[in-house]
Ligand binder design. Structure first.
Ligand code: SAH
Length: 459
């Protein structure tokens, strides 16, 4: 069996990390990574279900692969991740040329499943239980933790890494598919996380980003004692070699004083908080079952600003949620205007089969109204982002240099001066010219120009 692997990832950071871990594991099993499906024997799509658009992308990619499979029936095509968990056998019906379907809670089985397909045992499906299929513990066990050893070769850069500290989600926001496709919330044991971060530090990693669906509700257990995110940050802070620690995504109700204190007092912890608000209207927040009011969100924001004045806050919003009136929407606009987020991710509501909102409420905001609200909110946010970046003009910022910018990636040669990008502790993107040798270093850069999305700098 020839083992050339191509993998494509759609979706969030959790998926990016899963793909990286899958690659690490398969490299170990003798696979070799290639950069085009044409050159691959095994083609994997790691998929997302959070909005219809993400699923459409996967089905059209699968449509394109049909042709490939017709000419090369020996190639193995696999669908991994959230859409695999959600659609299961339906994927074979819609795309009969798919050989295997593996949910995010079953990735550890992948090498064995690939061997079964190669041995001619036919299509393989491995998914986890439904949330309501049995006792919590049984369902939890069916979403098996996946944490194979980290490998520099599989990572997207030697100097940065994501580290999962939690699996799943228990929030059940009415719009969201994540709790059903990623399973019950489970915190990884602190000692395991610490060992992984030490391993990453030994591999030359300078920055770790701790990830979880609601990362600040982390509750680890160590020797019978509860370890909160703030405690974990303190433990990781002591690891030599690690210079920066970030964490995403935060849930507004768990932005507790101990966490803010940790972000204020631990110099390696980035004063950067991604805390999705979703809406500025209490009626909408209630239907979303977010568990807070707009006033409570504002109070939470005030606590962040007070504890960590140099910090940056970012948010997510959904526009056109079921029953959202123009007045509701204007309340969201008002929240964005006054909150001064560094940036916001704005999404049009997309009903997800099986979620509470899809069952209980009509998707009654017309598509063109969703689009208009999306554009309007984005324009308000972008103007604020530009204003928030402007004071950086003339300042010197410390950045971790990540690599050549997209534009210069293709033509760059070793040693040549290229356009590089890096990030500040607050996750601001800085673009500047410099030698490639700067990649992986933390350096001061002076800012000579700014816009809504980027700081332009000079070494
Ligand atoms: N728990 C994580 C990931 C959730 S998905 C978090 O809170 O960030 C990321 C974002 O996608 C959410 O914050 C929300 O703004 C958006 N989203 C989730 N479900 C959606 C849906 N059905 N339609 C549109 N946007 C959605």
């Amino acid at each position: 069996m020839s083992k050339r692997l191509y993998i494509e990832t759609i979706g969030c950071q959790m998926n990016v990390l899963d793909s990286e871990l899958v690659v690490a594991r398969l490299l170990e099993a003798g696979y070799q990574l290639v950069d085009h499906p044409r050159r691959a024997d095994t083609i994997l799509l790691n998929t997302c279900s959070v909005r219809q658009h993400a699923e459409d992308k996967v089905y059209s990619a699968l449509g394109r692969l049909k042709h490939v499979k017709e000419h090369h029936p020996e190639k193995i095509i696999g669908v991994l991740g959230c859409m695999a968990q959600k659609d299961r056998e339906l994927i074979f019906r819609r795309a009969p040329h798919v050989d295997l379907v593996v949910g995010p809670g079953q990735l550890a089985q992948l090498p064995a499943l690939l061997e079964r397909v190669a041995a001619g045992e036919g299509p393989q499906v491995e998914v986890s239980l439904d949330r309501k299929a049995g006792h919590r513990q049984v369902v939890e066990e069916s979403f098996a933790p996946y944490d194979p050893a980290r490998s520099v070769e599989a990572r997207h850069g030697r100097h940065q890494a994501m580290v999962r500290i939690m699996f799943g989600c228990d929030k059940f926001c009415t719009f969201c598919i994540v709790p059903s496709v990623r399973g019950p919330e489970q915190s990884r044991p602190p000692a395991q996380i610490e060992a992984e971060v030490r391993q990453l530090a030994d591999q030359g990693c300078l920055e770790v980003t701790l990830i979880g669906q609601t990362v600040n509700s982390y509750r680890g257990i160590d020797a019978g004692r509860t370890v909160r995110l703030s405690d974990l940050l303190e433990r990781l802070h002591g690891i030599d070699g690690i210079r920066r620690i970030k964490f995403v995504t935060n849930y507004p109700r768990h932005m507790t004083p101990d966490l803010l204190q940790a972000a204020r007092d631990l110099p390696k912890v980035s004063p950067y908080f991604h805390v999705p608000a979703q809406s500025g209207s209490n009626a909408v927040l209630r239907r979303m079952k977010r568990g807070y009011t707009a006033e409570e969100y504002r109070q939470m924001l005030a606590r962040i600003r007070e504890a960590v004045p140099q910090g940056a806050v970012t948010s997510d919003f959904i526009v056109g949620f079921c029953g959202e009136t123009e007045e509701d929407f204007q309340k969201t606009v008002a929240l964005v205007r006054e909150s001064r987020f560094k940036n916001s991710f704005i999404f049009k509501y997309s009903p997800r089969p099986g979620t509470k909102s899809a069952v209980l409420y009509a998707d009654d905001v017309p598509e063109e109204v969703k689009r208009r609200r999306n554009n309007e909110l984005l324009a308000v946010q972008n103007a604020i982002s530009a204003e928030e970046n402007r004071p950086y003009l003339g300042r010197t910022v410390e950045i971790l240099v990540e690599g050549p910018s997209k534009a210069s990636r293709r033509r760059a040669e070793e040693g040549e001066v290229v356009q590089l990008t890096g990030r500040t502790v607050c996750d601001r993107i800085v673009v500047f010219e410099g030698p490639r040798a700067l990649v992986g270093r933390i350096i001061p850069v002076s800012v000579i120009q700014t816009d809504a999305f980027t700081l332009f700098g000079k070494v």
